[in-house]
Design a protein around this ligand. Structure first.
Ligand SMILES: C=CC1=C(C)c2cc3[nH]c(cc4nc(cc5[nH]c(cc1n2)c(C)c5CCC(=O)O)C(CCC(=O)O)=C4C)c(C)c3C=C
Ligand SMILES: [Fe+2]
Ligand SMILES: [Fe+2]
Length: 339
């Protein structure tokens, strides 16, 4: 990257502008083993994600994981790929477009991915070229974790380190317990449950998992997920008292213990225990992605039905829905109000 994207003599640049950069995790450029390998190589080389000393991890990553997982993951991506590309990228782009409309021309909105494209350095440079001297970076993770939120901030730091003239920077705090978020989830979940052709006995709130060790090391992720689940559960319980609400953690990776209970285990247990009608919501994901569209909606259904379940649905994430966008606008506007 050009170490300083704003050379001194840029009189045409309107200065002092405010920019908002939405950031999500990242996704491959194509549903092919090669593209997935490139994406996973970057993602799984991040010490925030894999907290094993590099000397032990690199041989496993390059010798085993990057030889086997790309083909399997590419198959999963191919099942959910859209005309606009990966769902995660397409939805994040739509969120940025709609937020731009909601905030108006005075503030410039863009989006980036922590891994893969479009990259944080490229988008930071573009915003600064456009005259943004104040940047609000929005990690699209309601619950903080070192593997997600902190990793975005690490990348920002790495990018800024190469600049002589840095922008002023804020990051949106995690919003796992914010009324704006909980109310948006409540509205959206109730709307989707009412549109189903069955009445679920159980609503499963499935969050992305993390190694259990991170909880003992002080990562607040587990607490944040539990709090979101409790607050949302209280609201939903008041409106739909017949429905039982459970919480679980999905997407286990590697051999270490992960947060429990695992989504797959709960789906199997519920089916075997006689639950026939079950819906899943994934409140920790800002946008539908391979984890919701393939892991939950395809493989999760198989697990539940094989265990005896009959009716199964996975609700959409907030995505670029009007209620989701109103929430993002409110969170961002509150953060920008001091600027
Ligand atoms: C929402 C929060 C997320 C946390 C926390 C998280 C932790 C975490 N993830 C992995 C490994 C993988 N995650 C993968 C995909 C993926 N993860 C998140 C979000 C969180 N991850 C999203 C939004 C996505 C979807 C990306 C997409 O393109 O749709 C993958 C890649 C897919 C696959 O091969 O299964 C891996 C691998 C770890 C190890 C981890 C915490 C340490
Ligand atoms: Fe993940
Ligand atoms: Fe997964």
């Amino acid at each position: 990257m050009d170490p300083d994207p704003r050379p001194n003599d840029h009189p045409e640049v309107a200065s002092g502008g405010v920019g908002v950069l939405l950031v999500n995790l990242g996704t491959p450029d194509a549903p092919t083993p090669g593209a997935v390998r490139r994406y996973l190589a970057e993602f799984l080389s991040d010490p925030r994600v894999i907290e094993i000393p590099a000397i032990a991890w690199k041989p496993i990553l390059h010798g085993i994981i990057l030889r086997t997982r790309p083909a399997r993951s590419a198959h999963a991506y191919a099942q959910v790929w859209t005309d606009e590309g990966s769902p995660l990228a397409a939805i994040t782009a739509a969120q940025a477009r709609k937020l731009q409309d909601l905030l108006g021309e005075g503030i410039r909105v863009d989006w980036a991915m922590r891994y893969g494209n479009p990259s944080i350095p490229a988008k930071l440079a573009a915003l600064m070229e456009a005259g943004c001297e104040r940047l609000l970076v929005v990690p699209l993770y309601p619950q903080y974790s070192a593997a997600t939120t902190a990793s975005v901030v690490d990348k920002l730091g790495e990018t800024l380190r190469a600049m002589r003239w840095q922008p002023a920077l804020r990051t949106l705090p995690p919003y796992y317990g914010d009324d704006t978020y909980i109310d948006a989830l409540e509205t959206d979940v109730v709307r989707q449950l009412e549109a189903l052709d069955f009445t679920p006995e159980v609503l499963l709130l499935s969050f992305h998992g993390m190694p259990e060790r991170t909880l003992h090391l002080g990562d607040p992720y587990h607490c944040h997920c539990r709090k979101t689940a409790r607050l949302l559960g209280e609201k939903l319980g008041a409106r739909l008292p017949q429905m039982r609400i459970e919480t679980s953690f999905q997407s286990r990776f590697g051999r270490a213990r992960w947060l429990e209970p695992a989504t797959e285990t709960v789906l199997e247990r519920e089916g075997k225990a006689g639950t026939r009608r079950l819906a899943v919501a994934a409140p920790g994901f800002s946008a539908d992605c391979i984890e919701t569209l393939e892991e939950l909606a395809i493989r999760g259904r198989d697990v539940f039905e094989a265990a005896g379940g009959e009716h199964f649905a996975v609700l959409s994430c907030l995505n670029d829905s009007s209620v989701g966008m109103a929430m993002l606008q409110a969170l961002v506007s509150r953060e920008l109000s001091g600027w």
